[in-house]
Write a protein that binds this ligand. Structure first.
Ligand code: UDP
Length: 319
């Protein structure tokens, strides 16, 4: 696949044309890896990796990883990031979401096993569901509705974690699991339905900000470069159980809407819409495990991260 022999390590990144997969690919290339990005583009977009075209260390394969994956040559790391990841995406693609968490995880684990590669699963704070413990530590087993609209994502990721631990325990594979909390930054899709792109694009277009419910539910937002840094540290660690990576800075969604209005300088109104079914009431990562094991904690403050993201959306919207 790569023409010349080299001592560079090779990483496969599934979902490599997505928001997180493309940032991870950039970081791995900067660290001296060769990267093979695989994506079927149902929610990913080649715009996110356009700047890598022509890079001799980067290859893109358009493929659905829920089908058998063929990658020639040596592979040192497999990062499984492919999945619809926003509530409206997994409502629109419920079966592909279940399949990529289940069959896609099986196939990517099989690829890693065949190549003797380290495997890292992108899991999620959704494993905790609508949590009854707050903040959420990795020891909390969660409170998930398996048959609700979010179940297709939550249960697929819980299955993916179980499958990953089984490959670690049964096959002795080197595996890692990151539980990713709400993350934001450039390359999020304008209309992916998540609250960060929704509020920023509404504010920039001077349209009302759509707060769901009364806006008292909370989230904790992590800037993408911090998240990627935690993931790379985890990949290089020798820890196999799940690790939360996220920013513990928690706020209500109403508060978040007001902050977006202030940072964009927008005079848009706030309107209230019905709360989606099973929308978690609270969410905040307990990151003591990441601090202790990886020496990691987020560095980018909310205002700087949001300003960067606003700059990206302004460019996209041409405003
Ligand atoms: N939300 C909102 N307005 C929007 C989009 C989302 O109030 O236009 C709320 C949503 O109900 C949830 C929070 O913002 O409480 C975060 O939603 P998101 O879809 O970003 O991710 P989640 O954390 O729910 O997976």
């Amino acid at each position: 696949m790569f023409e010349k022999k080299s001592d560079k390590k090779t990483a496969v990144v599934t979902g490599g044309a997505g928001f997180l997969g493309s940032h991870l690919s950039d970081r791995l290339l900067a660290e001296g890896f060769r990267v093979i990005a695989i994506d079927n583009l149902i929610t990913g977009n080649t715009d996110n990796i356009e700047h890598l075209a022509g890079n001799p260390d980067f290859k893109f394969i358009r493929h659905n990883v829920s089908e058998y994956i063929f990658v020639p040559g040596p592979v040192d790391y497999v990062f499984h990031f492919a999945s619809p990841a926003s509530p409206i995406d997994y409502l629109e693609h419920p079966i592909p979401t279940l399949k990529v968490g289940a069959l896609g995880t099986h196939n990517t684990l099989g690829l890693a096993k065949d190549k003797g590669a380290t495997f890292l699963l992108a899991s999620t704070s959704e494993c905790y569901g609508d949590p009854l413990e707050h903040p959420q530590s990795e020891d909390y087993w969660g409170h998930v509705n398996p048959i609700g609209p979010r179940g297709v994502y939550d249960e697929a990721k819980r299955f993916a974690e179980a499958m990953t631990m089984a490959y670690h325990r049964f096959h002795g594979m080197d595996t890692k699991i990151v539980r990713i909390f709400n993350t934001y930054g450039p390359r999020m899709r304008l209309r992916d339905g998540r609250v960060v792109p929704a509020f920023i694009s509404q504010a920039l277009n001077n349209e009302p900000l759509t707060v769901f419910g009364d806006g008292s539910q909370t989230r904790s937002f992590c800037y993408v470069s911090d998240l990627i840094d935690g993931i790379v540290r985890l990949a290089l660690s020798d820890f196999h159980e799940p690790v939360n990576i996220g920013n513990p800075g928690e706020m209500t969604i109403l508060d978040f809407a007001q902050k977006i209005l202030a940072l964009t300088g927008s005079t848009a109104q706030i309107v209230f819409k019905p709360l989606p079914v099973d929308d978690p009431r609270v969410r905040q990562p307990d990151i003591s495990r990441a601090k202790r094991l990886l020496g990691w904690q987020p560095k980018v403050d909310f205002e700087s991260g949001v300003r960067e993201t606003i700059g990206y959306f302004k460019q996209k919207l041409g405003v």
